[in-house]
Design a protein around this ligand. Structure first.
Ligand SMILES: C[C@](O)(C(=O)O)[C@H](CC(=O)O)C(=O)O
Ligand SMILES: [Mg+2]
Length: 306
């Protein structure tokens, strides 16, 4: 991108409207998880429709378990850092909303100010846990309804999307999860995230029971079968997230690299799989900075095997 055309600016409101239009399109939209701003650039570059910011990734990146230890300030800042480097809509994991309904209201405002397009809010108790683990506990329906209402009321940009997640399938069963989901929609939720459904049949039953857009969580090593985008589209789901997938892949590569370094004393066997300097500079749009100073990008970038 070294042409002289002015860069278009996609405002947070534009991104939220784009997200709403995508949800209404009847087509499945794909939001891979981005564990950093640079990964969000890669998501955009590969032609996906949006970016997901995972609570599990934000906490494990800090070497913490995903049990609600991260603070609103940490999460909102990371969301903002990720959302601002992409023209795609970015949605974020609000966990249990960081407290009571009043805290939820503040959470929504922080995410709006961070340029996010939407968030999901779940009905677990605190301390929460990954939705695919056993022995989860959930709050009373009414308590979650009050949180959803607070979120909806707090929203300053009506296009910000509030997605209610229910974790009830694991503890109370499918029917109860559907009942809760309906109550959350009545409270104003724009879309639903039925967590940890166990079969395609359950996913189809959920689709049949509600009219709002549905999110499918394709997280690995969990309770939900890993389906393809075609299967999810056929099931009538609107949005798929692969929340931790890029993170697990990157950390798998890191572990392998350290094994190699330790065993061979050299990185050579791993270089082949590394992102090249050239590609890294492409993603940070290094050459664009010549707009400010022609002396910034005036060299050849070594790529593969150089
Ligand atoms: C989607 C999720 O909330 C997340 O934080 O990314 C997690 C993912 C995971 O732990 O695998 C969840 O499903 O609870
Ligand atoms: Mg989470």
């Amino acid at each position: 991108m070294t042409n002289s055309e002015p860069k278009r600016y996609v405002s947070p409101t534009d991104k939220r409207r784009q997200f709403r239009a995508q949800l209404a399109s009847g087509q499945l939209i794909r939001f891979p998880g981005a564990f950093s701003p640079l990964v969000a650039r890669a998501v955009e570059d590969h032609g996906f429709e949006g970016v997901y910011v995972s609570g599990a990734v934000l906490s494990t990146d800090l070497a913490l378990p995903d049990i609600g230890l991260t603070t609103l300030t940490e999460v909102a800042l990371r969301g903002q850092q990720i959302a601002r480097v992409t023209d795609l809509p970015t949605i974020i994991d609000a966990d249990t909303g960081f407290g009571e309904p009043a805290n939820v209201a503040r959470t929504i405002n922080a995410f709006e100010e961070g340029g996010l397009a939407g968030c999901h809010l779940e009905d677990q108790v605190n301390p929460k846990r990954c939705g695919h683990l056993d022995n989860k506990q959930i709050v009373a329906t009414d308590e979650m309804v009050r949180k959803v209402r607070a979120a909806v009321k707090a929203r300053r940009d009506p296009s910000f999307v509030i997605c209610a997640r229910t974790d009830a399938r694991t503890s109370e069963g499918l029917d109860a999860a559907i009942e809760r989901a309906k109550a959350y929609v009545d409270a104003g939720a724009d879309m639903l995230f039925p967590e940890a459904l166990q079969t395609e049949e359950e996913m189809a039953a959920f689709r049949k029971a509600v009219d709002v857009p549905l999110l499918a969580n394709m997280t690995e090593f969990g309770k939900t079968p890993l389906l393809t985008t075609t299967q999810l589209e056929n099931l009538g789901y609107n949005l798929v997230i692969w929340p931790v997938t890029s993170w697990r892949s990157a950390m798998g590569a890191v572990d392998e690299l350290f094994d190699t370094l330790k065993a061979t004393g050299h990185q050579e066997p791993a270089v082949e799989r590394m992102q090249t300097r050239k590609r890294l500079y492409e993603l940070v749009r290094y050459s664009d900075y010549n707009e400010f100073d022609q002396a910034l990008f005036n060299f050849e970038v070594p790529g593969r095997n150089q």
